[in-house]
Design a protein around this ligand. Structure first.
Ligand code: SIN
Length: 301
């Protein structure tokens, strides 16, 4: 297997390997180390049927079966979720604008995604790229004073935050309260230690991060705005322009990503990805757990 780094921040292209066939243990160990070292791995020109894609992803851990949103499962393969501007049952898929803000997958839950894996089935002639940023580098490049200030802070991640309009994407949300019921806000530490590399990392998911626990609104806004700007500095990023049959996956514990709206949404030239999600460990807690219990009303004496 040949490993070629794509930037000094993150990303490596792996060639001379066929992911369709079961991998020997030493190749697996090399690939796994490359993933921990480079955070985003790109495998060009892979020819995988759904069973082979699932079998490969499953080596990393249990897979999501997308029971939360079964509409775009690949028929017969609940582990494969289809995203893009392809035609589904006679209409444009509602997954056409998935990921239009910087985020780390499912940070708004207490079981955030470990790995997200995209297998490119169709790509328009221009664009359709994904951007990635290393949040190890975002942490490492902070001043020592800032690092110690951030230590111990906790951030509220709220899916409703993701659904506010962005420059390109205008989600039409009718009922925010049912979203809150399905995805109640959660709290995660801002600075974490990556469980496998032992390195300190910022846990960033800009689109979902709504406030910092115990800071005033103004303090929280200022600090989040700084972190959002800092964590996506060009030096910390890699941008992948897909070719059909590219398989790309990344470590959501130390990477933020952004699905770039850099292509024409022409249904004749769709972007169509098969996405697989390797479930992560449970982490964080519901915001509700932090709420102060109202004092019990006592009868007036
Ligand atoms: C995602 O945000 O999970 C999808 C990224 C992409 O489609 O580029």
């Amino acid at each position: 297997m040949n490993i070629k780094p794509l930037t000094s921040a993150l990303g490596a292209e792996i060639t001379d390997i066929d992911l369709a066939v079961p991998m020997a243990e030493d190749d697996w160990a090399t690939l796994y180390k490359a993933w921990l070292d480079h955070l985003v791995l790109v495998f060009p020109d892979q020819h995988l049927n759904p069973e082979q894609q699932i079998a490969f992803a499953r080596r990393f851990g249990p897979l999501d079966d997308h029971h939360e949103d079964p509409t775009y499962r690949l028929p017969g393969y609940p582990e494969i979720y289809q995203i893009g501007n392809f035609i589904h049952n006679g209409e444009m898929a509602k997954t056409k604008d998935t990921g239009r803000k910087w985020h780390s997958d499912h940070s708004y839950t207490t079981r955030p995604t470990l790995i997200s894996m995209l297998y490119c089935k169709k790509i328009p002639p221009v664009g359709g790229s994904t951007m990635f940023s290393s949040t190890y580098m975002a942490y490492d490049t902070l001043s020592e004073k800032m690092k110690s200030m951030l230590e111990g802070l906790e951030v509220v991640h709220d899916f409703r935050n993701f659904l506010s309009p962005s420059f390109f994407w205008k989600p039409k949300v009718k009922d925010f309260s049912s979203i809150k019921e399905r995805f109640p806000p959660v709290v995660h530490p801002l600075v974490r230690t990556h469980p496998e590399t032992g390195k300190k990392v910022l846990y960033m998911s800009e689109g979902n991060m709504s406030s910092i626990v115990d800071l005033t609104d103004d303090e929280s806004r200022c600090l989040l705005d700084f972190l959002f700007m800092h964590a996506k500095r060009p030096e910390f990023t890699y941008r992948h322009f897909y070719k059909v049959n590219d398989l790309v996956f990344w470590d959501n514990r130390c990477v933020q990503h952004y699905a770039t709206a850099d292509y024409s949404h022409d249904a004749n030239n769709p972007r169509h990805m098969f996405r697989l999600t390797v479930l992560g460990q449970r982490s964080g807690r519901l915001l509700e757990d932090l709420r102060i219990v109202e004092p019990v009303q006592t009868a007036a004496s």
